[in-house]
Design a protein around this ligand. Sequence first.
Ligand SMILES: C[S@@+](CC[C@H](N)C(=O)[O-])C[C@H]1O[C@@H](n2cnc3c(N)ncnc32)[C@H](O)[C@@H]1O
Length: 236
Amino acid sequence: MSLTPQGQRASLDKQPHEVAAMFDGVAARYDLTNTVLSFGQDRFWRRATRAALGLGPGDRVLDVGAGTGVSTEELAQSGAYAVGADLSLGMLHAGKRSRPTVPLLAGDALRLPFADASFDAVTISFALRNVSDTDAALRELARVTRPGGRLVVCEFSTPVNPAFRTVYLSYLMRSLPAVARTVSSNPDAYVYLAESIRAWPDQPALAARIGAAGWGRVAWRNLTGGVVALHRAVRD
Ligand SMILES: C[S@@+](CC[C@H](N)C(=O)[O-])C[C@H]1O[C@@H](n2cnc3c(N)ncnc32)[C@H](O)[C@@H]1O
């Protein structure tokens, strides 16, 4: 963990206590910072995630790495019963204050506090990248999903157009941390954000890992030119 006068950020080995402490530090202004840094695109990405899950009334959906519950609240718009789980108590407390009706509980993506096959669908938005063992998390998501149930992973990815990719990487590594200094309660966390996005597998590589973790019919859709990708799959 790097400690600076501004705050703290996790290292790329993503130790759970470091990741949780870093998110505790951004919790107070998390929702606002997201919207500013993504130029408002985060709302569109969340709506697309809900649509990709194909939820309806009567479905039970688990939102892993739910943070302040902003993603869980969007899922509930479908009429499904949506519950969020997160490692950071700071994020959960901020969520309880701003969204008191959204069910949120403490839980680690690597050891979810649910029985096998408890959910019709599971999703993880902007959180799989932060888990120390991606493959183990994907297997754990499969464990709590019923056979035939759905997975959607919403995560930053690799822009497909080379010219746009160059501009985006420059925004990520230079401008994003600078903008975060003006809005975030822990700007250092946004240096980690940029580094962790750069180190993350591209669309085909993540699809292969999902397929190796107990999921079938893996496919993806790029959003905002591949800044974000929605990977979807069905529990074998
Ligand atoms: C960038 S936030 C995403 C929050 C929300 N899903 C959204 O779409 O805005 C990532 C969240 O993942 C959580 N997280 C990281 N590692 C986790 C783990 N192993 N288990 C559960 N949550 C985890 C962090 O605490 C943080 O709240």
